[in-house]
Design a protein around this ligand. Structure first.
Ligand SMILES: C[S@@+](CC[C@H](N)C(=O)[O-])C[C@H]1O[C@@H](n2cnc3c(N)ncnc32)[C@H](O)[C@@H]1O
Length: 208
């Protein structure tokens, strides 16, 4: 967003669900760990709430902040978390228990999220992609095979800090993987695709 006044206004409107959300964000800030922004979180909450009992898969859960936002929009359903790092998932477990929503978490997978989705026999109502950008093309290809009818793929960091539309010559592989992922999904006529200027950019792809 290139209008700082509008950005400030919108950020001031965000309803942070509970002090726990601030606690997790503070902890991430101290560690320099990247989380979804809160305007993205609100979108995740909103999308989860559109389903009666959503089945959600996160690729790249970190220590559970994005899952907390999804869960804020859910009273039923389930969310699967994936991350490379067990220490992140342990932290996620603590936060989600504190939130009182851990019963909807099943399972937490430690390892390559791409292996988890490729080996999964399930389909999901929402698949959220927030892993290393190098894997975005692989992640979106695997996701289209694991969506329920009417399901939604949400891809975070679509803009890659501006590098997607302003080529600075750095992180070329990540940039290429994101651009290839966009091309791939746009060419699949089964999907309605939209890109929105929230946080670092979200791609939404809904299976008709
Ligand atoms: C941007 S952080 C996720 C933040 C999280 N979605 C949130 O906002 O709370 C990316 C996470 O994905 C994990 N990751 C990156 N590539 C992965 C992969 N291929 N499989 C599993 N985890 C991966 C990293 O360990 C890191 O914790």
């Amino acid at each position: 967003m290139n209008n700082p006044h509008l950005e400030k206004f919108l950020n001031e409107q965000i309803q942070i669900p509970s002090p726990l959300f601030n606690e997790v964000r503070q902890y991430a800030l101290q560690r320099g760990f990247p989380l979804i922004s809160d305007d993205v979180g609100q979108q995740l909450q909103m999308f989860a709430s559109f389903f009666d009992s959503p089945k959600i898969l996160e690729l790249g859960s970190g220590f559970g902040y994005s899952a907390m936002w999804f869960l804020e929009g859910m009273s039923k359903g389930e969310i699967h978390l994936c991350d490379f790092t067990q220490a992140n998932l342990d932290l996620a477990e603590g936060y989600l228990k504190k939130m009182g929503k851990f019963s909807l978490v099943k399972p937490m997978y430690c390892g390559n999220a791409l292996d988890y989705i490729k080996n999964s026999k399930s389909t999901f109502d929402i698949i959220f992609i927030d892993i290393d950008k190098l894997f975005y093309l692989d992640a979106i290809k695997a996701s289209v095979e694991h969506l329920t009818s009417g399901g939604l793929i949400i891809m975070d960091n679509l803009f890659f800090g501006g590098r997607v539309y302003l080529d600075d010559g750095k992180k070329q592989l990540g940039r290429k993987s994101i651009l290839d992922a966009i091309d791939f999904i746009k060419q699949d006529s089964r999907f309605i695709v939209s890109m929105i200027d929230v946080g670092d950019g979200l791609l939404l792809a809904k299976l008709r």
